[in-house]
Design a protein around this ligand. Structure first.
Ligand SMILES: [Zn+2]
Length: 357
């Protein structure tokens, strides 16, 4: 996610904080300072750090549940409306998605329960004399209620989608949950106009989150139905491992391609030269460098029969800009890029009956 700053790594998960979350901390410190000076500002920031910890624990709930199904979580980003645990891939089964979605709120509910057992009660907004268990209880009850709204991008929306997906196509289930999410966004926006302006902020995030989720599901639906061969680039240029950087530059300028498959003497795919790596190599100004020295070798390949969905998962996991496509004889016949998929989706939505083979 853009505009986020890495803070620390724990258990292989990179924790990131979105710039707007930092603004929120600054804003709260300012508001508290204006009301009660430095001690109040310190209390306000401590309150936020406590909230921050509760949200991180919540996100770890999602991450651990994902891990149980073999899905890693490369990073967790903290946003003003909560955290986002970015799973390496989407779970296959609705029931897995349901468990992963429910694991976060389950952690929040446990913290709330712990605070309640310790004598906490619901005090909102927190008062001067509130105990730490009051604060923890109130905070987590609010978090829980917000998370359980049956709308994207909240966890409740995911639970709803998983439940709907057992009865209707996945894409339709997502659309329903996303529409409800956008409905809530308008409601929050409306309430924000006449009440707490912070709700406007939340409305914006909810709206964007719901739209992204719907687009992702549409992509997933298309990618599940078609093989790679239906939308791969067939007309492309490849480079030989021994080609000079000059030849690579010529190819870059002469075509609209950004990334080039590289083949060795026997004609097998050896790697991919990305525009980024080419430019970086040119900066060194060494004429003896060959394409084979600077290409990425850790690029996986797919075959023409691979489903888009599988190819996508591979692309996401390796963070590859382009994946070479081989035929059954292991010959290079195509190139798959994120743009292909976008185009396939555009065609699909313009011509719903068309079947690409
Ligand atoms: Zn969650």
């Amino acid at each position: 996610m853009g505009w986020s700053i890495p803070i620390f790594r724990v258990a292989g998960i990179q924790l990131r904080i979105h710039i707007t979350f930092l603004l929120l901390i600054g804003w709260i410190a300012f508001v508290y300072y204006a009301q009660g000076g430095s001690p109040a500002a310190v209390a306000g920031v401590l309150l936020i750090l406590l909230l921050f910890t509760c949200v991180v624990l919540h996100e770890f709930g999602h991450a651990l549940a994902g891990k149980a199904f073999g899905i890693n979580t490369p990073d967790i980003t903290l946003l003003p409306i909560g955290g986002v645990a970015r799973l390496e891939r989407m779970p296959e089964e609705p029931v897995q998605e349901l468990i992963i979605a429910a694991a976060g709120p389950a952690v929040t509910a446990m913290i709330a329960l712990g605070a309640f057992v310790a004598g906490g009660s619901f005090v909102y907004p927190p008062k001067e004399g509130s105990s730490i268990s009051d604060v923890l209880f109130t905070m987590n009850v609010v978090l829980l209620l917000f998370n359980l709204l049956p709308a994207f991008p909240m966890d409740g929306g995911r639970v709803l989608r998983a439940l709907l997906a057992t009865r209707m196509p996945y894409a339709r289930a997502t659309q329903v949950a996303a529409n409800i999410g956008q409905g809530f966004a308008f409601l929050f926006g409306f309430m924000g106009l006449f009440g707490n302006p912070f709700l406007l902020f939340i409305a914006l995030f909810v709206y964007i989150g719901a739209s992204q989720e719907a687009a992702l599901a549409q992509m997933k639906d298309v990618s599940r139905r078609f093989p790679v061969s239906s939308a791969m680039v067939r007309d492309f240029r490849s480079l030989s491992e021994s080609a000079t950087l000059e030849e690579a530059v010529d190819a870059l300028l002469a075509t609209s391609q950004h990334d080039f498959p590289v083949v060795n003497e026997t004609g097998n795919v050896a790697g991919v030269l990305t525009r980024h790596d080419l430019i970086a190599a040119l900066r060194k100004g060494d004429p003896s460098i060959r394409v084979g020295d600077v290409m990425r070798r850790d690029i996986p390949t797919v075959t023409t029969g691979t489903r888009f969905e599988e190819a996508f998962r591979i692309m996401q996991e390796c963070n590859c800009p382009a994946v070479p496509v081989l035929d059954s004889m292991k010959r290079l016949v195509g190139l798959l890029t994120p743009e292909n998929v976008t185009e396939l989706m555009m065609i699909q939505s313009a011509m719903p009956r068309r079947r690409v083979t």
